[in-house]
Design a protein around this ligand. Structure first.
Ligand code: SF4
Ligand code: SF4
Length: 440
């Protein structure tokens, strides 16, 4: 098969050599764990426990409130100390359950696994176990697995691009547990009678591609696609295009193009939910960057403080200027490490130099370099101008709502302009206006 890709994109330094060969190490959390009730797209979960109650590892502590919502489970045994608003990695405060770890790790019985796995059982197990998209979006997976017309789905794509620089969590999952990922894909394929499965991997992971091809050589319905290494190859729209040559836009779901796309670790956790009845209580987090003393990949129980991750990674350089939750292209700057690891926490990165803070921003040179690399084919600089001038009509006419906020334009801008931020600001205004219009 040829190397698949999309038009546009950039090639940032990927820094993956710092952690790619570091096998995943399980860590124990600290004494206090914090479980936000909103760590996914959709309605927040509702606490099911009370202050003073003892909970077990794997116990449901937050129940989904509605279809687009998700369950939250404790990753330790211990006592509920508080239910109050706490800071989360994006800087907002969210209602959270605070549990004091008794360090016994006494586990609750897993959900019951029947002998026969019907479609209803598979969807129910995924919902019960609180599985969400672990590539960053945290969209509830049981919703994704229930499209309007399941017969119209002809591709299930496992997103193994991991195109964000520095992050090697998915890579390690594929190196260490490829069979479980393949089993997870086979489970998803049971839901869609007309679909074939494609595991799509960037070609900077040749060892993984070779091994997956070997492991799936007798699987009629599963193939491995090699993707060109390019940012943002792992965006849902662009991985769909690379694999199927089908295009989707902001008003469509992947299912409208006959596709279901799930991240590697999501598929791994579908396997655990359906085959083992185990809820999602931990994930692999990459700790890396030139400001981290010992870059590594850690298996982290949810609720663990980010400061514990730094400790486990041998500490942080005293000259660190920037700390990020997530990758350098789309991650969020962190102002405190006293926030919990949640379902969407793929990485903790620390850098000695804050390149963005030091960059001098100048006037737009009208060079067009932003538009040349925009994966959505947008005229990025013009969109930013429309946003800065508060010209909503012009922004919408120039298809500003198609922006995926990938930061590719910023990366290629010689004037160091924060185009993405301007576009994002106007997108939020348009979304708010449309919501208001609907409710009136
Ligand atoms: S952030 Fe938006 S405008 Fe900029 S490159 Fe990405 S899609 Fe294009
Ligand atoms: S790349 Fe930067 S300087 Fe060039 S047109 Fe775009 S915004 Fe202007």
């Amino acid at each position: 098969m040829s190397i698949l890709t999309f038009k546009g994109g950039v090639h940032p330094y990927d820094g993956k050599e710092l952690s790619k060969d570091k096998a995943v190490r399980k860590i124990l959390p600290g004494k206090e764990l914090v479980f936000p009730m909103s760590q996914h797209i959709g309605a927040p979960a509702q606490p099911t426990v009370e202050v003073g109650e003892r909970v077990l590892k794997g116990q449901l502590i937050g129940k989904a409130t509605g279809f687009v919502s998700t369950n939250i489970h404790s990753s330790v045994s211990g006592t509920v100390k508080k239910i109050e608003k706490r800071l989360v990695p994006n800087g907002s405060k969210v209602l959270s359950i605070v549990i004091e770890n008794d360090e016994e790790y006494e586990e609750i019985k897993p959900y019951e696994v029947p002998d026969k796995w019907t479609k209803e059982y598979i969807r129910e197990a995924v919902a019960n176990c609180g599985v969400v998209g672990l590539g960053g979006a945290c969209f509830p997976t049981h919703v994704k697995l229930a499209p309007k017309d399941e017969n119209a789905i002809d591709y299930v794509i496992v997103n193994a691009a991991e195109c964000e620089p520095y992050i090697t969590a998915d890579y390690r999952r594929l190196v260490e547990q490829p069979k479980e990922v393949i089993e997870g894909l086979k489970i998803v394929l049971k839901l869609f009678d007309n679909a074939k499965g494609v595991i799509a991997v960037e070609n900077n992971k040749p060892d993984v591609i070779k091994n997956l091809k070997e492991l799936t050589k007798n699987e009629d319905k599963i193939s491995v696609a090699e993707l060109k290494t390019k940012y943002p190859q792992g965006s849902e729209r662009h991985i769909i295009y690379a694999v199927t040559k089908r295009k989707i836009n902001s008003s469509m779901l992947p299912a409208d193009a006959g596709c279901i796309v799930d991240n590697v670790d999501t598929v791994y956790n579908i396997y655990r939910a359906v085959a083992l009845g185990k809820p999602l209580t931990e994930r692999i987090v990459t700790i890396s960057g030139d400001g981290i003393n010992e870059p590594c990949n850690l298996q982290v129980p949810f609720g663990t403080s980010h400061s514990k991750l730094i400790e486990e990674a041998g500490g942080i350089d005293e000259n660190v200027e920037k700390i990020l939750s997530g990758g350098p292209m789309m991650g969020q700057a962190m102002f405190t490490l006293d926030v919990p690891v949640i379902k969407g926490s793929s990485a903790l990165l620390a850098f000695k130099k804050d390149e963005i803070a030091h960059a001098v921003t100048t006037n737009c040179l009208n060079c067009g370099k932003c538009a040349m690399v925009c994966p959505e084919g947008l005229i990025c600089a013009k969109l930013a101008q429309a946003s800065d001038a508060n010209d909503m009509d012009a922004f919408i006419k120039m298809h500003g709502m198609e922006c995926i906020e990938c930061g590719t334009c910023n990366f290629n801008c010689p004037a160091n302009r924060n185009i993405t931020q301007s576009v994002r600001t106007m997108k939020r205004k348009v979304q708010a206006m449309r919501r208001k219009g609907k409710s009136e």
